[in-house]
Design a binder for this molecule. Structure first.
Ligand SMILES: Cc1cc2nc3c(=O)[nH]c(=O)nc-3n(C[C@H](O)[C@H](O)[C@H](O)COP(=O)(O)OP(=O)(O)OC[C@H]3O[C@@H](n4cnc5c(N)ncnc54)[C@H](O)[C@@H]3O)c2cc1C
Ligand code: FES
Length: 331
């Protein structure tokens, strides 16, 4: 089976999966003696041979200083890390996330955390962490530095909805709840140039202060330096009928071209169905909520078995939002 791999053709390709004949994209690196892949970029097989059968740029742990720590709620903290300009540029792509842990912790403690804001001028990343249990509580103990690894790219499914449509007048609705606001902020930073971005946020479990710090029209900037001026930001409770009705009315009124849902799986399903009903032609993207532990397609914690018995590693595989929504029912 050939899957769309988020890392195909990137500086991290070929990866560990090529070494064991498990590349998600290249049929030759899956052990076949012919090519039947649909990959249109640089030939992965050729790259692997050129590298003498080695993997390209394996992501490594490194220590970075904490330059700021802001507590928004008892269980919501933002860490600003100095990762250097090169890393910050790479991590500015929507859907980027890192693994982080305290410097003395064992690798079991690594937590996948989305990049919320990339300040490429300073080389800083802003990360919002919701404190839940052992791994995230351990992060709270650290004052000086973290060990990070990344950036990883598959924090969102349906990523082409965001990366592929840089057309003036293209309208996007972003629906975010809880810590889904973190990837939403990064996606909006990318989207707001030349596109109309409306946001609906459910502030349950999240601080309005954090939202205004990062999304206020005076502080929220596109990469090109223009403030987010074209869209609206609304606050609605997704769990209440009134909230759903307002989202429905907004979809009907604005006829969005794309809808991005950054919430728990429950709301991905309900709001995704609503979007497909009202806006059948809209592209969908959503948060990748699978259990991600290595991010490299190795450990198997994110594996899904399809109805045909194939295993998909969701840390690497990229589906369209529609595929994810449809397939969820059959998995
Ligand atoms: C791509 C991605 C990006 C994320 N971005 C953020 C973020 O920006 N901020 C943030 O606060 N949280 C984020 N998370 C979720 C965060 O990783 C989990 O909340 C954290 O691992 C919980 O660990 P814990 O020990 O504190 O709590 P636990 O009690 O272990 O878990 C609490 C909840 O988190 C889920 N979880 C635990 N481990 C993982 C894991 N390895 N991958 C996915 N879910 C897990 C559990 O199933 C449970 O629902 C992200 C997860 C993923 C997959
Ligand atoms: S997270 Fe390890 S295989 Fe996907």
């Amino acid at each position: 089976m050939v899957m769309n791999c988020i890392d195909a053709g990137s500086e991290n390709c070929p990866c560990y999966l090529a070494l064991t004949g498990d590349c998600l994209t290249c049929s030759r690196l899956q052990g076949k003696d012919y090519c039947d892949c649909s990959w249109r970029g640089v030939c992965i097989y050729n790259e692997f041979k050129q590298l003498n059968g080695k993997i390209n740029n394996p992501r490594k742990d490194f220590e970075v200083p904490i330059v700021e720590r802001r507590t928004y709620m008892d269980d919501l903290v933002v860490f600003v890390l100095n990762v250097g300009k090169g890393f910050a540029i790479k991590a500015s792509r929507p859907g980027s996330y890192l693994f982080m842990k305290t410097k003395d912790a064992l690798n079991f403690y690594e937590v996948p955390i989305s990049v919320m804001k990339a300040d490429v001028e300073k080389g800083y990343l802003h990360l919002g962490v919701k404190i839940i249990s052992a791994k995230t509580k351990a992060l709270l103990q650290e004052e000086d530095s973290f060990v990070i690894r990344g950036p990883y790219r598959n924090g969102l499914q349906g990523i082409q909805t965001i990366l592929g449509k840089r057309v003036p007048g293209h309208s996007v609705l972003v629906l975010a709840k809880g810590i889904g606001i973190a990837p939403a902020i990064l996606a909006c930073q990318y989207l707001c140039h030349r596109r109309i971005v409306d946001m609906v946020i459910d502030t349950e479990k999240i601080s309005k202060e954090l939202i205004s710090d990062y999304l206020d029209e005076n502080t929220f900037e596109c990469y090109e330096g223009a403030a987010m001026s074209s869209g609206i930001i609304k606050y609605l409770p997704f769990s209440e009928e009134e909230g759903k009705k307002e989202i429905e009315a907004l979809m009907k009124e604005k006829g969005y071209h794309s809808v991005i849902i950054l919430t728990s799986d429950y709301y991905i399903e309900t709001l995704g169905k609503l979007a497909k009903e009202i806006l059948p032609h809209a592209d969908l993207a959503m948060s990748n909520n699978f259990r991600i532990c290595c991010g490299e397609g190795l450990c198997g914690s994110c594996s899904l078995e399809t109805v045909t018995g194939d295993t998909i590693k969701m840390c690497k595989c990229q589906l369209t939002g529609e595929e994810l929504l449809e397939k969820r029912a059959s998995w």
